[in-house]
Design a protein around this ligand. Structure first.
Ligand SMILES: Nc1ncnc2c1ncn2[C@@H]1O[C@H](COP(=O)(O)OP(=O)(O)OP(=O)(O)O)[C@@H](O)[C@H]1O
Length: 596
């Protein structure tokens, strides 16, 4: 039954090596005055230290592009290398980040004279798929490319290909894919098709004039390109990859933009979502159990690109003028922490259901309900590669817990008449149902094998006994399987017991009895007690504290124990210069503070 279940899913996921997010910095040409930032070489730059004008701070990235770098340099150096992964069925993302007026839209869209990353990438993707479908390789594939285009304006997801005021919902399917039901998708047969759909849609983006940029993006725009491929020969595998090209709206200091009314409201939404983006990167870097993707529409959509399955590139745009100094510093700090984020790309291959051997362009399933640009990806639990079926353990090494489970299952089956009737699972969500059925199937086969092994052992043992001289005292006890004894030092046993008790009790603090000091165990000895905190909660609260240190406002910092106004300001200044705190102990480096 299990193999049938797997065959019907017919999906395999091949993990690739983890891929760190690549981060490059692009410096816009200066419009006035002396620059506050300059490049040192193709990877490093330095920026004046605001506390001491005679000092500089240095940063290193995957690539640094100076103000003379062309669109071609940036494309060939940082964007083109990730596109080849699309043909392997893996996702890729390119994201332009930076303050308002620093050149994000110039980098992504460009102009007719200096086309940006988006038109260049589309031209190459279409060309690559054309060439790959003509290649005489053994694995010939048919390709189809399609696009969707949306903007996130004031926390609303708006379709740019078919503009309307409808806020599209972001959904997550059972396999954790992000879907946008109702988002328009257009097939692209040529670059001409792309221009025909993309150019008018670009005019639908919300732009307005601010004091810092005549045509400032008031929204985050996301171009989704879907590359579907279908193998011509059996077994007719299908793959779907997604390319996300994102032009973020710039962070804005409203004292300088002069924003009021609607502009101010837009700016509030932009800054809030960029703040969540920064928190997502922090959470990923600190390995926190909860990454706040759901706290903004932007991060929800970027779930794949940061800490997800895509090969991602961040282009951090910075402006050289003194008036952008603090924006530049903030951008460099965001870029520096983003380069630590590691993604886990994989190739997904699916078999079409029997009777549905169509080319991707004709295949309604391949286009994921016709409108959604997302590929259906299975949950890890369903991947045959994720976890091989557990093989039968030698009887003597069988985990007592498993034996207990097997006996309980046998009991349950007996109660149900032992006719193979299935357990009532219909009300269980599908994912859990699949996992339960798998577990049940594994347990059944283990039980069967266990019974056979047991019989074998009994037979061998009887035979041996028959051949041996009779022992003086014959034991009538049935033959039991050997249990493997694990001997632990007493202290370790007690720690394990405490941790188990804590996990079971679900409490954060436990009162535990101390080991008798004298060791005599005398009846009248007064027992000593101690309080024990759950280690996972301690770790979590330390991580939360670090998050407040990195992201907290002055008010939030003052709310911390022993932190007053002066210390809050010192912490904020420190993190602006040195970047995020990695642990609570870093506080020692802040002037006049101790880790206490
Ligand atoms: N590398 C560059 N070379 C020449 N001009 C540039 C470059 N980068 C940006 N510019 C110019 O600077 C101005 C601001 O750039 P752009 O609109 O791309 O900024 P932005 O970061 O997208 O701003 P916002 O977030 O407000 O939309 C534009 O006039 C653009 O043409």
């Amino acid at each position: 039954m299990l193999s049938q279940q797997r065959a019907s899913l017919a999906e395999t996921r091949r993990a690739c090596p983890p891929a760190r997010v690549r981060v490059c910095v692009r410096l816009r040409p200066s419009s006035q005055g002396d620059p506050c930032i300059r490049g040192l070489n193709s990877r490093s730059l330095e920026i004046i230290n605001w506390r001491n004008k005679n000092e500089t701070m240095q940063y290193q990235f995957d690539t640094f592009y100076g103000d003379e770098a062309t669109q071609h340099d940036i494309y060939t150096g940082s964007v083109q290398p990730v596109l080849c992964h699309l043909l392997e069925g893996q996702n890729a993302s390119v994201l332009a980040y930076g303050p308002t007026g620093a050149g994000k839209t110039h980098t992504m869209l460009g102009s007719p004279q200096q086309p940006g990353m988006i038109p260049r990438a589309l031209r190459d993707v279409l060309q690559m798929t054309r060439e790959a479908s003509c290649s005489p390789g053994s694995e010939q594939w048919d390709y189809s490319v399609s696009m969707s285009y949306l903007e996130i304006y004031q926390e609303k997801v708006l379709d740019l290909l078919e503009p309307s005021q409808q806020d599209l919902l972001i959904r997550e399917d059972q396999d954790r894919n992000i879907l946008i039901p109702g988002l328009t998708e257009r097939e692209l047969g040529s670059f001409g098709d792309f221009e025909r759909h993309f150019l008018p849609a670009s005019c639908n983006r919300t732009v307005a004039s601010t004091r810092l940029n005549d045509r400032s993006s008031r929204s985050h725009t996301v171009l989704l390109v879907r590359v579907a491929q279908a193998q011509r020969a059996p077994p007719h595998h299908r793959r779907v990859a997604k390319l996300c090209l994102i032009d973020l709206a710039g962070s804005e200091d409203n004292r300088r933009t002069g924003n009021r009314g609607l502009r101010l409201k837009e700016s509030g939404a932009i800054n809030a979502s960029l703040h969540v983006l920064s928190k997502v990167v922090d959470a990923l870097n600190q390995g926190l159990p909860r990454v706040p993707y759901r706290d903004s529409k932007l991060t929800r959509l970027l779930q794949d690109s940061l800490g997800g399955s895509a090969h991602s590139v961040i282009i951090a745009n910075v402006a050289p003028e003194q008036r952008f100094y603090f924006d530049t510093l903030r951008t460099l700090n965001f870029a520096a922490k983003s380069k630590q984020v590691v993604n886990r790309p994989f190739t997904q291959e699916m078999l079409p259901p029997p009777g549905a051997r169509k080319r991707p362009a004709e295949d309604p399933v391949a286009s994921s309900e016709g409108t959604s640009p997302e590929a259906k990806r299975p949950h890890e639990e369903e991947s045959p590669e994720a976890e091989p079926l557990s093989s039968l353990l030698p009887l003597g090494q069988m985990d007592p817990g498993l034996v207990h489970r097997l006996l309980a299952l046998e009991q349950l089956e007996k109660q149900q008449g032992g006719t193979g009737r299935r357990l009532p699972l219909l009300n269980t969500p599908r994912r859990e149902r699949v996992a339960l059925l798998r577990q049940l199937e594994e347990t059944r086969s283990e039980l069967q094998k266990l019974k056979e092994k047991q019989k074998e052992l009994e037979a061998t043992s009887l035979l041996e006994k028959a051949c041996q001289p009779k022992p003086l005292q014959h034991s009538k006890a049935p033959i039991r399987p050997w249990k493997q004894a694990v001997v632990l030092p007493l202290q370790q046993v007690q720690t394990l017991q405490r941790e188990k008790a804590m996990a079971k009790s679900n409490k954060s603090v436990l009162v535990v009895q101390k080991q008798s000091q004298s060791g005599s165990g005398a009846e009248n000895e007064v027992p000593a007690w101690e309080l024990m905190l759950r280690p996972d909660l301690v770790a979590q609260s330390r991580a939360n504290l670090v998050a407040v240190l990195n992201e907290g406002s002055a008010k939030e910092l003052r709310a911390l124990h022993r932190i007053g106004d002066k210390k809050a300001r010192l912490i904020m200044a420190w993190r602006q210069i040195h970047g995020p705190f990695t642990q609570v102990e870093d506080l020692k480096q802040v002037e006049g503070m101790t880790a206490k």
